[in-house]
Ligand binder design. Structure first.
Ligand code: CUA
Length: 166
């Protein structure tokens, strides 16, 4: 009886999540060739970091590889729709901004994308959370959420904004 109840409960939860909460697998997957990631396309080095789009939203492009993220320090404005687009140049990595809902897996061959909005200025860490080799513990980046006005001032001066020390 107990095992039957557990099965019924799980079927109910799966149906509830799928139908009522509309939790579905991604409708569309975008692919990218990890071998040419650095040479061509949107993930070339000069295109990484945060950029303001014509509609006022911000796109953040990041590459993960053994054992670092590029850029090492990400700048994000408050009160703005932020779309993360990330790709792996070698194997599976984790993409997580601590204390937020931002949590993705970087799978080589695919673009991982997620949209989020940040309300308060905060500094956070972004550790890799998928074991990716002996240097896994050392693979992480910084995230700085700064006031929108401050961000837009920086974005006027540069095409791509990061907080990597220059
Ligand atoms: Cu990359 Cu763990």
């Amino acid at each position: 009886m107990v095992s039957l109840c557990i099965i019924v409960l799980m079927v109910f939860l799966a149906t509830f999540a799928g139908v009522h909460l509309a939790t579905m697998p991604q409708a569309r997957v975008e692919t990218v060739d990890p071998r040419t990631l650095h040479i061509t396309g949107e993930f070339i080095e000069s295109n990484l970091g945060s950029a303001v789009e014509p509609d006022g939203s911000v796109t953040v492009r990041i590459v993960g590889q053994q054992y670092s993220f590029t850029p090492q320090c990400i700048l994000i404005p408050t009160d703005t729709q932020v779309t993360f687009r990330a790709a792996s140049a070698d194997l599976v990595h984790g993409f997580l901004i601590q204390n937020t809902n931002v949590n993705l897996m970087l799978v080589p061959g695919y673009v991982s994308s997620l949209t989020a909005r940040f309300t308060k200025p905060v500094q956070s860490n972004m550790p890799c959370h998928e074991y990716c080799g002996t240097g896994h513990e050392g693979m992480w980046a910084h995230v700085h959420v700064i006031p929108k006005a401050e961000f837009l001032k920086l974005a006027k001066q540069r095409r791509r904004v990061t907080c990597v020390a220059e």
